[in-house]
Design a protein around this ligand. Structure first.
Ligand code: PMP
Length: 403
């Protein structure tokens, strides 16, 4: 993998911040965009733009072909059986809300249970709590050990006759833990329970094959995998999606409307009310093609190298606490140094041109489990370099010495 060559595709990486070269280590929040993704957006607005699915005219048909072609690109990328199983959304958050609302309405009654985990992002906690307030469901939580690994024995013990679904992240945005999701899905299926995977942090960093995992649902966001903001995907097995009621009503999602009776469109359109972000889906397909061109295995190997290289050096820093030491871990390092507040460390690193995230990372229950209010998080992408890790480590040392 030629990192310098890759970096040339990302114009933003050349900029400076406070006169220092930008070191962008906030890829867990969002990734930067390669030139072809940005250009796909302007190209389509300048030369194709027309609303999709509805028009007989040339531009509308061309826009529809691009949009539906992107659905096929996503299908291939995650190895779904059919494009009927690919629903475009605004992002992971909307995808989870869609599934919780629809699945909850059809399949969950008062006293029924969902299993989530202690390390979930708020977007996989709060929608279930909203359902809890509406329907009186119960939320059960898989605990973890101090390394940040889910306890599989405890997980299995949580299943009861009332368990209706499991919803767990594949990779933690805070700890970097890569959860053994395939094994956890098999356990759920043994109990006759479907499994929803929050793949927001796995899709950008590892191969995700929905058939190999046997996942019933997966959700992810384009912007975390070098694509545009405002686009996400819900994958669902066709047999499940067929049984779920629509999430939102409106144009595009119907077959026939009358005041007496309305029938719904076939999959995937049943779940796509209103004009979709067809420009965004084209750009997203470009991002997936770009990642494919470089090879997700190459990206994973590079990020793993950065993780190990950074961890080794950071551990030498006096007072360093790293949160998340799972045996199987992705390119995310959450840390605190001594009693330096995460916000102070983040702000001072920023002055050195280093972009990291600070705070609770939308995982406050996990922060409670870790006994901290927040952490600093460095998260790697395909374009980060060994030299940037050196800059980070030197920056942390410099800030530590100031305190
Ligand atoms: N789940 C995880 C694990 C995440 O890291 C994020 C984004 N930080 C989300 C869900 C929410 O994604 P989005 O904001 O794109 O909807």
């Amino acid at each position: 993998m030629d990192i310098q060559r890759i970096r040339q595709d990302f114009p933003i990486l050349d900029r400076t911040v406070y006169g220092k070269p930008l070191v962008y280590l906030d890829n867990g929040a969002t990734t930067q965009k390669p030139r072809m993704v940005v250009e796909a957006i302007t190209d389509e607005y300048y030369s194709v733009n027309a609303n999709v699915h509805r028009g007989v005219h040339y531009l509308s048909q061309q826009a529809t072909e691009l949009h539906e072609g992107s659905r096929e690109t996503v299908r291939r990328y995650i190895n779904a059986r059919s494009t009927s199983e690919i629903i475009f959304t605004r992002g992971t958050t909307e995808g989870i809300n869609l599934l919780v609302a629809s699945f909850g309405q059809e399949f969950m009654q008062e006293g029924d249970e969902v299993i989530i985990s202690v390390m979930e992002h708020h977007s996989n906690i709060v929608p279930w709590q909203l359902l809890q307030a509406r329907k009186g469901i119960k939320i059960k939580v898989v605990p973890m050990n101090d390394k940040g690994e889910l306890l599989l024995d405890e997980y299995e013990k949580l299943f009861t006759e009332r368990t209706k679904i499991v919803s767990i992240m594949q990779v933690s945005n805070v700890l970097g833990t890569i959860n053994p999701i395939k094994e956890m899905i098999a356990t759920a299926h043994k109990h006759g329970v479907p499994f929803m995977v929050d793949a927001a942090q796995s899709i950008p960093h590892m191969k995700v094959d929905v058939q190999d995992l046997d996942a019933d649902f997966i959700v992810f966001s384009a912007h975390k995998v070098y694509g545009p903001t405002g686009i996400g995907v819900v994958y669902g097995k066709e047999e499940w999606l067929d049984r779920l009621p629509p999430y939102q009503g409106g144009g595009e999602m119907i077959k026939q409307v009358s005041f007496e009776k309305t029938t719904f469109a076939d999959l995937p359109f049943k779940f796509e009310a209103g004009t979709p972000d067809y420009i965004g889906t084209t750009a997203f397909a470009k991002a997936l093609d770009y990642v494919k061109g470089i090879g997700i295995e190459n990206i994973a190997a590079h990020e793993h190298f950065l993780l190990e290289y950074a961890t080794e050096q950071m551990k030498e820093i006096p007072g360093m606490r790293i949160f998340g030491e799972a045996a199987n871990k992705g390119g995310v390092i959450s840390f605190l140094v001594g009693d330096i507040h995460h916000f102070d460390m983040g702000t001072l690193l920023d002055r050195l041109g280093i972009a990291v995230r600070t705070g609770h990372h939308c995982a406050q229950p996990l922060m409670q489990r870790l006994g901290v209010e927040g952490t600093i998080r460095a998260s790697f992408g395909m374009y980060n370099t060994r030299e940037e890790v050196d800059t980070l480590v030197a920056g942390i040392k410099r800030v530590s010495q100031m305190f």
